[in-house]
Design a protein around this ligand. Structure first.
Ligand code: NAD
Ligand code: TYD
Length: 339
């Protein structure tokens, strides 16, 4: 079989690096060019042991640099682009939305223009269920749910999705869009709820639960997400959107209590803090279409997945200490000082 040459953007981040490691470990027929700006969220340590893999090239670059992207596509004979690169944290999008528009909207546009001009076979946009807005106590997001984003982050991701569809409609660019629910697992930066709570619990620091702690998220293990993206890459129907989820809704309080129990720390560490402005109440994703069409099913149940994730953070204390030194302390002070 011919080697497939794919450009993965954001492959030094949480989900992107899990995807790159999965591909290099199990899919010898793919050559991966990994383009990442290495923002605070990008970390080459996420690729340890894989950086020099013969089917992998890492390039530090910004997806907003169209000339560089075109040059990379030419030089590496790229056939498919998978765009994981993004500013990804809702709280940061509230304190500073501009970079979210630059990377998530302008950056995606830049990649789309290059994909169109260089006649890329397929463009896969890694989106999020947050583009659908929020749910009340019942129902789930399907691929037909209208886009109704609420945060600057989700608005920027929805804008990117619409641009992808517009390039398909206007220029015939072949594409897929995936919309996944909240991920957890190894290498997640501890600004997101699960690794932040694990890190705080391990350090006997208060666990800052926003509002009443009853907001619901639908958790999926990152490896399940990555396997779904691989299915979309191999079997996705042109021009279709695929929801990805694992039917695992939990309130934030349930998740935090589970973490405390697993690390054997007291619930007295839980501290209720001021709510996030515009905090979406509930997300739940219906991935029936992806299950049926792509024969993909999430394999990790939350009880096992969260246990493995905690074990990973315990075994990778150095990774955690490295990413929480320096700028992270300043971030934490600023984000949580007034709460
Ligand atoms: P992350 O913040 O951990 O990683 C983002 C990566 O993109 C980093 O390596 C960063 O350096 C890189 N990057 C940022 N700006 C860039 C730029 N201008 N040019 C090149 N690289 C740049 O994010 P993540 O959690 O791994 O999310 C990856 C993708 O999946 C995002 O598109 C996100 O919207 C989407 N998503 C995330 C979740 C989740 O729960 N984390 C759920 C659904 C969808
Ligand atoms: P997060 O991991 O930031 O993902 P998202 O906002 O994209 O869903 O947050 C998950 C949930 O946890 C969300 O309801 C906000 C809440 N949360 C807290 O209660 N405390 C925190 O310190 C953080 C970061 C999040």
């Amino acid at each position: 079989m011919n080697t497939k040459r794919i450009l993965v953007t954001g492959g030094a981040g949480f989900i992107g690096s899990n995807f790159v490691r999965l591909m290099l470990s199990e899919q010898p027929d793919y050559f991966i060019v990994n383009l990442d700006k290495l923002t605070y969220a990008g970390n080459l340590k996420n690729l340890e042991g894989f950086l020099k893999h013969p089917n992998h090239v890492f390039i530090k670059e910004d997806i907003c640099n169209g000339q560089a992207v075109e040059k990379i596509i030419d030089e590496h004979k790229i056939e498919v682009i998978i765009n994981f690169a993004a500013e990804s944290h809702v709280d940061r999008s509230i304190t500073g939305p501009k970079i979210f528009i630059e990377t998530n909207v302008t950056g995606t546009l830049t990649l789309l223009q290059a994909a169109r001009d260089k006649k890329i076979e397929r463009f896969i946009q890694i989106s999020t269920d947050e583009v659908y807005g929020e749910l009340g106590p019942t129902g789930k997001f399907t691929e037909e749910t209208p886009l109704a984003p609420n945060s600057p982050y989700s608005a920027s991701k929805a804008s990117a999705d619409l641009l992808v569809q517009a390039f398909g409609h206007t220029w015939g660019l072949k594409y897929n869009i995936t919309r996944c629910s909240n991920n957890y697992g190894p290498y997640q930066f501890p600004e997101k709820m699960i690794p932040l709570m694990i890190n705080n619990a391990l350090n006997n620091k208060p666990l800052p639960v926003y509002g009443d702690g009853l907001n619901v998220r639908d958790w999926i293990h990152v490896e399940d997400h990555c396997r779904a993206v691989l299915k979309v890459l191999t079997n996705g129907n042109q021009g279709e959107v695929y929801n990805i989820g694992s039917s695992n809704e939990k309130t934030n309080l349930e998740v935090v209590k589970t973490i405390l129990k697993l690390v054997d720390k007291p619930e007295s560490l839980i501290t209720f803090v001021t709510d996030r402005p515009g905090h979406d109440r509930r997300y739940a994703i219906d991935s029936t279409k992806t299950n049926a069409q792509l024969n993909w099913h999430a394999e990790t149940n939350f009880a096992q997945g969260i246990k493995n994730t905690i074990d990973w953070y315990l075994q990778n204390k150095k990774w955690l200490d490295d990413v929480t030194s320096g700028n992270y302390q300043q971030y934490y002070q600023q984000m949580y000082a007034d709460r």
